[in-house]
Design a protein around this ligand. Structure first.
Ligand code: GDP
Ligand code: MG
Length: 162
C-alpha cells in the first residue's frame, strides 16, 4: 500500500492545533501534546512563536465583525503561542471534540477546555473547525511547509485496523 492510498483510504486529515498564550504561560503545552499523542495522532509540525497582530487578524478574519474581536486579538498577543499540525483519521472533528466547546463552562470534563479553563476569552487552545480551514491555517502558520512522513508500519497497525 503506497502512502497516498493509505492516507486517503483511512480518511486521513491534518488539523491545526494551537496552545494560546494563557495555555503556554500556564505550562499546559505538554499536557495538550500528550493528549493528541496518546490518542494516536501523528505530529507533523510544532513551533513556538510570538505572532504579529496582522497574522492573528488573518487567522481570525472570519470573526472581524464580532464585538469580542479586539479583546480576542489582545488576548492572543499577550505572549507566545505553540502551533502544531496533527494528522490522522478524522483529525479535524475529533480534534475539536478533544478541545471541547468554545465556552469552557459548556465543555465536558475530560476535554481539554473542560479540564483546564473557565472563560471563553481564556480558553487556552485553538483547533481548526473544518478540513478547509485546517489547510488554510496550516498554510498561514507554516508557510515553509510541514513534515510529510509515514510512521513505522507496525505502529500504524496498532492504531488503525487497515
Ligand atoms: P473556537 O473555534 O471554539 O475557538 O471558537 P470561535 O472560532 O467561534 O472563536 C474564536 C475564539 O474567540 C474562541 O476560542 C474564544 O477565545 C473567542 N471567543 C469566541 N466567542 C467569544 C465570546 O463570545 N466572547 C469572548 N470574550 N471571546 C469569544
Ligand atoms: Mg474557530
Amino acid at each position: 500500500v503506497s502512502s497516498v492510498s493509505f492516507f486517503t483510504s483511512l480518511n486521513m486529515e491534518r488539523t491545526y492545533i494551537m496552545v494560546k498564550p494563557d495555555g503556554v504561560e500556564r505550562g499546559l503545552v505538554g499536557e495538550i501534546i500528550k493528549r493528541f499523542e496518546n490518542r494516536g495522532y501523528q505530529l507533523l509540525a510544532l513551533q513556538l512563536l510570538t505572532p504579529t497582530k496582522e497574522h492573528l487578524e488573518q487567522h481570525y478574519a472570519d470573526l472581524k465583525a464580532k464585538p469580542f474581536f479586539p479583546g480576542l486579538i489582545q488576548y492572543m498577543l499577550s505572549g507566545p503561542v505553540v502551533g502544531m499540525v496533527w494528522a490522522g483519521k478524522d483529525a479535524v472533528k475529533t480534534g475539536r471534540k478533544m478541545l471541547g466547546e468554545t465556552n469552557p463552562l459548556a465543555s465536558a470534563p475530560g476535554t481539554i477546555r473542560g479540564d483546564y479553563c473557565i472563560e471563553v476569552g481564556r480558553n487556552i487552545c485553538h483547533g481548526s473547525d473544518s478540513v478547509e480551514s485546517a489547510e488554510k491555517e496550516i498554510a498561514l502558520w507554516f508557510p515553509q511547509g510541514v513534515a510529510d512522513y509515514q510512521r513505522n508500519k507496525s505502529l500504524t497497525q496498532l492504531i488503525y485496523e487497515n
